[in-house]
Design a protein. Structure first.
Length: 200
C-alpha cells in the first residue's frame, strides 16, 4: 500500500496547540502514516516582521519532538524566496518517488485564499486537500466560493476538527501585552520564546 503523507504548511509564528490538535485529529481520521510540518520561509501573502524563519523552524521542532508521527522539513527554508506550496508538494512527491498519496492540510481561513495561490488548480489536482474547520470561519460560504475557482473539488475533503480558538496572532499580542501563554503553546515553545525574547 502506498504511504499516506500529510503536509502541514504554515508560518507557525509561533506554532501553537491549535496546530497540534488539528494535526492529531487529521492523522487519526485519514489514517495518515505521518504529517510533515513545513514552516514557510517567506509566505507569499503575509508580511512577517519580527521572527526569523530559523526561530519558527526550531519552535516547530520542539513542539512535535515527542510525537513519532510528526516530522518537520526544512525544504521551504532551504529553498529561500517566496514559499509556494506547489513547489513543496512536488518536492515531497519526488522524495517518495511519486508513490505516496499526499494530503495537504490547511484551515478554512487559508483555503479562502486558494485562488491567489500559484498554480492552484494544478495543486488541487496533484494531491488531496484536507480543509479543517476553524472557529469564526464559515465552511459553507467557502464551499460555494471554491466551486467558482477550482476545476474540480473531487479531492477536496472537509473535516470538522476539535475547535480551539487559538491563533499565532493572539499569542504575539498576549506576549506584547504581558499576558501568559502557558495554556496556548507547548511548554518547550513557551521557554524558547522567553529565552530568545521573541515577540516582545
Ligand atoms: P496567524 O495568526 O499568524 O495567521 P495562525 O494561527 O493562523 O497564525 P498559521 O501558521 O497562519 O497559524 O496557520 C497554519 C495553518 O494552520 C493554516 O492552514 C491555518 O488555517 C491552520 N490553523 C491555525 N490555527 C488553527 C486553528 N486554531 N484551528 C484550525 N486551523 C488552524
Ligand atoms: Mg494564519
Amino acid at each position: 500500500m502506498p504511504s499516506k503523507i500529510g503536509i502541514f504548511g504554515g508560518t507557525f509564528n509561533p506554532i501553537h496547540l491549535g496546530h497540534l490538535i488539528v494535526a492529531d485529529d487529521v492523522l487519526c481520521k485519514f489514517k495518515l502514516d505521518k504529517i510533515i510540518f513545513i514552516p514557510s520561509y517567506l509566505p507569499p501573502h503575509k508580511v512577517i516582521k519580527d521572527t526569523n524563519a530559523k526561530h519558527r523552524y526550531k519552535m516547530v521542532k520542539l513542539a512535535i519532538s515527542k510525537n513519532p508521527n510528526f516530522k518537520i522539513s526544512p525544504v521551504e527554508l532551504n529553498r529561500k524566496g517566496k514559499s509556494y506550496s506547489i513547489d513543496t508538494v512536488k518536492y515531497i512527491q519526488k522524495l517518495y518517488k511519486n508513490k505516496a498519496h499526499i494530503f495537504f492540510i490547511l484551515g478554512v481561513d487559508a483555503m479562502q485564499e486558494i485562488h491567489t495561490w500559484k498554480n492552484f488548480n494544478e495543486l488541487v489536482d496533484i494531491c488531496h486537500f484536507i480543509v479543517v474547520s476553524r472557529p469564526g470561519y464559515d465552511t459553507l460560504h467557502l464551499k460555494k466560493k471554491i466551486a467558482k475557482y477550482l476545476d474540480s473539488t473531487e479531492k477536496v475533503h472537509f473535516m470538522k476538527v476539535t475547535h480551539t480558538n487559538i491563533s499565532s496572532t493572539e499569542i504575539r499580542v498576549r506576549i506584547k501585552t504581558g499576558k501568559n501563554i502557558k495554556c496556548l503553546v507547548h511548554s518547550d515553545v513557551e521557554k524558547y520564546i522567553y529565552q530568545h525574547k521573541l515577540y516582545v
